[in-house]
Write a new protein. Structure first.
Lengths: 195, 384
């Protein structure tokens, strides 16, 4: 019997940040990998603003309860979302926050990544609209939760044809930011070992 | 969309998408509705798909008109359908009663959200367990189906159409908001694997046709307007030809037939899932999305050595009395998690032998969030 894989991922922020689309893409990528998946969402009645979150559960077995209540990975793009959910992060879980909006983090998790995703998207890609894909790609490379090729395939399948190129650019930038971050941490670790 | 492709492929699909796809697979050729969260995707998809197939989609002025339109379309031979949520479902109640008394096949999907009134439009609730049974005035039975997954949303939508056609009545499919919007990967079966039931058509000469043929037991043929058969349709109590009557004998016979149609076919109508019940001394009774919490709770309890099982109705009306009685006989406690103030619990109380019986443990929530598996497990531990 293969080992049970059961990963809970929550993408959280506010309405209009494209988190539900991000969730759908991540879920599609997990299906491409051959895994079972549920993707659920919770949002307020507003179409922009208000809270919004997308949950994805990835497993190699049937998934019963569909909401990510004890997250292995939490992405928070707003202060409110970070405050609301970071306490539910599993021990050793990965917390990724957008420091454009998140100024305080309530917990001290060893696997915390803080980057100004929205500012980076605006400065390097000319639009904040792809913050979702930028941060999702970052999350995927940091965590290895889905195959990167599966992610690319899912992006191409899900976003509107006119926006594929822009989103693929955002994905690549997200990957390279994650690689840089990983290298940086590796260096820090190496230094610690030397000391 | 996936249902167009020939070979089965795994597709990530929402519950609402699966309902729309199931309706098309069942042969739905007419939708009239008024979009409402959290059922909107059903209308959105059918607005695209039905015209492509040469069929009809109408966005109506409201839900009263929507239910009236689908009943009219059905009488003209269409397999008709509408989708709504709480406030719309309330408006449709009178029409649902009209479909029942006129024995007109149609399907209503109610993706439940928090109520009453506008309530919590984007949050889950299971507030219409009783409304789907008793919401329309008068005393007629109901057929109500309740899926717990995207895959089952597809299958039960097809079944809803089949039962509507077979029993000539309005069949209601209840979904939870979470399920309507939840995505899971499903394989759409090949059309050849899907069983489709269509209404029985009359074979008698036109002037022999009775719209409510008592000689045909409870499943009588149904002519469509425009086929040459003459019949009268009214919401008043009617005779076999469909003309109004207030003769106690005829009115009584009509009401009795509506009842017997369901009671005599209970085995065909009731569907339940029994999960790890064989040796259970504690059962969870739950439907829809709460059954998913419950199943996770069963697995957690079993891992701790607790003998817990789950009984899940796929058909909630008619109520699975026999299965519930058996469960009540075999277990010490039944935990009933539900997103309302105890509607299933109330129905289960009808089946316990004594009113002082404390076997039933309710677990209710109406704040727009789900009851988690851990909370159900805790409730089980509390009663032990």
């Amino acid at each position: 019997m293969s080992k049970l894989v059961f990963k809970e991922i929550r993408l959280s922020g506010s309405g209009g940040q494209g988190l539900i689309l991000g969730g759908i893409i991540l879920a599609n990528a997990a299906v491409n990998d051959g895994n079972k998946v549920t993707q659920t969402q919770s949002y307020g009645p507003e179409s922009r603003g208000g809270y919004s979150r997308a949950d994805v559960i990835i497993s190699n077995e049937d998934i019963n309860f569909p909401e990510a209540i004890r997250q292995d990975i939490l992405l928070s793009l707003t202060q409110e979302a970070c405050d609301k959910y970071s306490l539910d992060l599993k021990q050793g879980g990965i917390l990724i926050v957008d420091t454009t909006f998140v100024k305080y983090i309530a917990i001290q998790a060893p696997n915390t990544y803080e980057l100004p995703f929205t500012d980076i998207a605006q400065e390097q890609l000319g639009t904040q609209l792809v913050t979702n894909i930028l941060s999702l790609a970052f999350l995927v490379r940091i965590s290895g939760i889905v195959n990167e090729k599966s992610l690319e395939k899912a992006i191409r399948k899900t976003v509107k044809p006119a926006f594929v190129d822009l989103n693929i650019k955002a994905m690549k930038l997200g990957f390279s930011l994650a690689t840089k971050e990983k290298r940086l941490r590796q260096k820090e670790e190496d230094l610690e070992v030397q000391v | 969309m996936a249902q167009n492709s020939q070979k089965p492929v795994l597709t990530l699909m929402q519950g609402n998408e699966a309902v729309a796809a199931g309706a098309l697979a069942a042969g739905c050729n007419y939708f009239a509705g008024y979009p409402i969260t959290p059922s909107t995707e059903v209308a959105e998809i059918l607005a695209n798909e039905l015209p492509k197939r040469g069929h009809t989609f109408i966005q109506m002025e409201d839900e009263i008109a929507s239910i009236a339109a689908i009943i009219g379309a059905s009488l003209a031979g269409a397999k008709s359908f509408t989708a709504t949520s709480g406030p719309g479902f309330s408006l449709m109640q009178e029409g649902i009663g009209f479909a029942k008394i006129t024995e007109t096949p149609c399907v209503v999907v109610n993706v439940q959200r928090g109520g009453p009134s506008t309530g919590l439009p984007t949050s889950p609730a299971q507030g219409e367990i009783m409304q789907s049974r008793w919401g329309s005035h008068g005393d007629a039975p109901a057929i109500v189906l309740y899926p717990d997954s995207v895959k089952e949303s597809y299958a039960l939508t097809i079944r809803a159409f089949n039962l509507a056609e077979k029993y000539r009545t309005c069949v209601v499919l209840l979904l939870d908001e979470v399920l309507g919007h939840m995505r899971e990967a499903i394989t759409i079966p090949d059309a050849s694997e899907i069983q489709i039931i269509n209404r029985i058509k009359p074979t008698v000469p036109a002037n022999w046709y009775k719209h409510y043929d008592e000689n045909q037991k409870y499943l009588s043929p149904l002519a469509s307007y425009g086929e040459g058969y003459r019949f009268h349709v009214t919401g008043l109590a009617h005779d076999a030809q469909g003309f109004p009557t207030n003769k106690p004998q005829e009115a009584g016979a009509m009401m009795e037939r509506l009842q017997k149609k369901i009671v005599h076919n209970i085995r065909d109508l009731v569907q339940i899932e029994s999960y790890k019940m064989e040796d259970a001394n504690i059962a969870i009774f739950a439907a829809g999305i709460m059954a998913r919490s419950a199943k996770a709770a069963v697995k957690m309890a079993r891992a701790e050595g607790l003998k817990v099982g789950l009984l899940r109705p796929l058909t909630i009306w008619p109520f699975p009395d026999d299965a519930v009685r058996k469960m009540l006989k075999n277990v010490d406690y039944v935990v009933v998690p539900e997103l309302n103030q105890g509607q299933f619990l109330h129905e289960l109380r009808r089946l316990v032998k004594s009113t002082t019986d404390s076997k039933l443990i309710g677990l209710q929530r109406v704040n727009g969030t789900l009851i988690t598996p851990t909370e159900i497990l805790q409730k089980i531990k509390d009663v032990l």
